[in-house]
Design a protein around this ligand. Sequence first.
Ligand SMILES: NC(=O)c1ccc[n+]([C@@H]2O[C@H](COP(=O)([O-])OP(=O)(O)OC[C@H]3O[C@@H](n4cnc5c(N)ncnc54)[C@H](OP(=O)(O)O)[C@@H]3O)[C@@H](O)[C@H]2O)c1
Length: 439
Amino acid sequence: MSFRAHLLEETDGKVAGGLVELEESRLPEGEVTVAVEWSTLNYKDGMVLKGIGRLVRSYPHVPGVDFAGTVEASSDPRYKAGDKVVLTGWRVGEWHWGGYAEKARVKADWLVPLPAGLTTRQAMAIGTAGFTAMLAVLDLERHGLAPGEERPVLVTGAAGGVGSVAVAILATLGYRVAASTGRAETHGYLRDLGAAEIVERAELAEAPSRPLDKERWAACVDAVGGTTLAHVLSQMGYGRSIAAVGLAGGNRLETTVLPFLLRGVKLLGIDSVLRPYADRVAAWQRLVADLPLDRLEAMTSEAGLGELPALADAILAGQIQGRKVIDVRRYGAARFFSRLGHRPEAAQALASADGRSDRRTGGGGDAAARAGLGPGGAPGASAARAPGGAAVPPGRRARRRGRAGRRSAAPDHQPRHPAGRQRPVRPRHDRPGAPLDRA
Ligand SMILES: NC(=O)c1ccc[n+]([C@@H]2O[C@H](COP(=O)([O-])OP(=O)(O)OC[C@H]3O[C@@H](n4cnc5c(N)ncnc54)[C@H](OP(=O)(O)O)[C@@H]3O)[C@@H](O)[C@H]2O)c1
């Protein structure tokens, strides 16, 4: 059985991807095979799709840091065929093959059952971004945030994925939400999600003029980091907390210890990736209770796998509003195929055969087969041979071998990971001089 996926390749240090058809035998090891229905676009997906930050260990790689779908097969007693499941985190889509595919195979430990009351599409409308927003609110509550606050709760990067869900949850819980955004066109959208006031991004983006400013906020969910976080720290109310979630505005933090020492301000680090199972289930239950589905729908739009390259640029440029769910059974425009630059004549045949590639319409898939390509017209890399058998050009193979050899000095006969060749690059935070040292 084959399935379709967005596959990333690295060539001469550049990462590019496209749709391919893969045999199920290419799936990595794991106890549970899932028919993926929906994935989503997160900031980290943008980084992976563009090859930024060395988040991926080895290529070819299937990105997509989250997914929801139906179990097809499981060797773990906790799951059986037909169960609906959700996955976020665990470096899926980074170190492990991810959700931008019709099938995924993962460890049972990484899954949670689809929460009752949500469809797989709604679960992914929440996705990693919304799940993280909920973790942030839960941590703020654990540190004293409670209804009845006089001051507003600030959300930075409010019109993005984490921000939109945070605004909607906090407003539903009865807090007065101040939404900070750099996009004037999102003001109405944010008010519809429940924001009581709008704060211009520029107002918070400057480094603070003094370590302690007027106390302004009861709490903050910060998706931006950098000087914005330093600025907000100087404005926190006595004993109040900031949930540091993101770095859309930068990962450096230049501040003083005075907000901590003189105001008892708390800076709470939020990690969604390695959260234990019990935390995950609790967060999903709270999402069902505290995130109204009409507000979730209002912040959600859909895209297909073929739109991912453009979406990656958009999310890294801060241009995505709310949440973008990815329908992995929809492929988008055929013009994407020719961007890969391989077999352009076949891609042309594909484009002129139909002009679209939605499998449910019977569009480009057949045309792709006729053209001797995978449905994406992608190169028939050995790990991703198209049905017609299109092969990677010999020169390209040689370049790849050269690079792999330089990186790993691995002899060619060394066993390979089933998902592709090994590239033993240590994750960024695990290298000397990196921002994070070993725990
Ligand atoms: N800790 C975790 O486990 C975890 C999990 C998920 C996400 N994150 C992080 O959280 C952040 C948000 O993720 P997301 O998926 O919500 O991304 P997103 O949809 O792109 O939202 C980010 C928002 O930040 C604002 N922004 C963008 N560039 C900016 C800049 N240069 N200066 C100031 N504000 C800027 C924009 O909001 P406005 O247009 O409204 O200003 C943008 O919509 C990312 O850094 C992501 O890596 C962390």
